[in-house]
Ligand binder design. Structure first.
Ligand SMILES: Cc1cc2nc3c(=O)[nH]c(=O)nc-3n(C[C@H](O)[C@H](O)[C@H](O)COP(=O)(O)O)c2cc1C
Length: 336
């Protein structure tokens, strides 16, 4: 049976172009974030707490908002009110940038999927830091862990990627309970090369040097398209550099399950990435002790359970939220 979001809200949103629907949703949640009666209404969706601890931080529940939905950190109080156990802001880049030309988000309802080639459209680290500082000052900072996901600015050559990440790290670290290094989005040319051992090692060393005596939990977000050998090398480097967690996974470039007439260039998310992501979670858990946050194709209680059974400590949702709405959280939590 369809839930109320699927019956009433989704048809309205899906009658709009995907990015317009996205902006409309974000604007509403941004407005709600400043208005206590609206937050109280959103809270009516919440399930009871299912506490978890990771990185020494208390999580009220293990279901988080994946990066990309609130790239600029405009609606943190609303996400917390909806019942997310943690929120990942970003991807934020050192420089503000517009991203790729529109259209750049595509729905594939037949496949319960999205394809996006946004290319890190965001306000830039300085503007996001100012916004988060204002939120903190206002006393409306959410009572759940906030991660900040950082990536490379498109205009910065790959050889200077470390400096670019360092700028965002320095600017945003004070607002983050953990920092995610996104080295796996397929829409910034060259970004995935940062998963190569030498480049990843250089990046992690630089961030750890910068963190000095007050380290932040550092999380690395990886692609589902890695070979076994590539994954093994990444895990070794993450262990050497005291990485606190791994997010598995980002979107996939493997479009083999998508018929030609539905296909678009970009990262594929949702149901088609589910198995690949789960397999990677299982492989990481078998090979390493680094905790895993699972992301990819979580649409219901069953697909969420699959990630925990594979060994994930926390999970994150994006595409499932677009198709199933906020009741997805309750459905997952009630069946944990
Ligand atoms: C429209 C869209 C934009 C995204 N933007 C980002 C991003 O900026 N940074 C990032 O790390 N992941 C981004 N992602 C990836 C998601 O965070 C998530 O890892 C991926 O979509 C798999 O989960 P899902 O199947 O639940 O969507 C984006 C995904 C979508 C669909």
């Amino acid at each position: 049976m369809k839930n109320p979001y699927e019956r009433f809200v989704r048809p309205l949103l899906f009658s709009l172009d995907a990015e317009t629907a996205h902006h409309l949703t974000i604007q509403l949640l941004q407005k709600a974030s400043h208005f206590d009666p609206a937050l109280r209404v959103l809270k009516s969706f919440q399930a009871s707490p299912r506490r978890k601890t990771l990185f020494g931080l208390p999580f009220p529940n293990p279901v988080g908002l994946a990066a990309g939905l609130d790239k600029n950190g405009v609606a943190l109080p609303a996400w917390a009110a909806l019942g997310f156990g943690f929120i990942e802001v970003g991807t934020v880049t050192a420089k503000a940038q517009p991203g790729n030309p529109r259209p750049r988000i595509f729905r594939l309802p037949e496949r319960q999927a999205l394809i996006n080639r946004l290319g890190f459209n965001n306000d830039g680290a300085d503007a996001v830091a100012n916004r988060l500082a204002a939120l903190r000052k206002s006393g409306r900072w959410p009572a759940v862990p906030v991660g900040i996901n950082i990536g490379k600015s498109r205009a910065t050559p790959l050889e200077q990627a470390t400096g670019d990440y360092l700028h965002s790290f320095r600017t945003l670290r004070d607002f983050a309970d953990y920092i995610t290094l996104n080295i796996s989005s397929p829409n910034t040319p060259g970004l995935r090369e940062l998963q190569e051992p030498e480049k990843l090692s250089e990046l992690l060393r630089a961030i750890n040097n910068e963190a000095g005596t007050a380290p932040k939990p550092l999380v690395v977000k990886i692609s589902p398209d890695l070979s076994g050998a590539e994954l093994k090398a990444i895990l070794a480097i993450c262990e050497e550099n005291d990485v606190s967690g791994i997010i598995a996974t980002n979107t996939t470039l493997d479009h083999s399950s998508i018929p030609h007439e539905l296909d678009q260039a970009g990262g594929l998310s949702g149901a088609p990435v589910r198995n690949k992501s789960t397999a990677l979670v299982r492989e990481i858990v078998a090979r390493s002790t680094i905790p895993v946050i699972a992301s990819g194709g979580i649409f219901d209680a069953e697909s969420a359970r699959e990630k925990f059974q594979a060994g994930a400590v926390l999970i994150q949702v994006y595409t499932g939220l677009v198709y199933r709405g906020p009741q997805l959280l309750r459905e997952i939590m009630d069946n944990l």
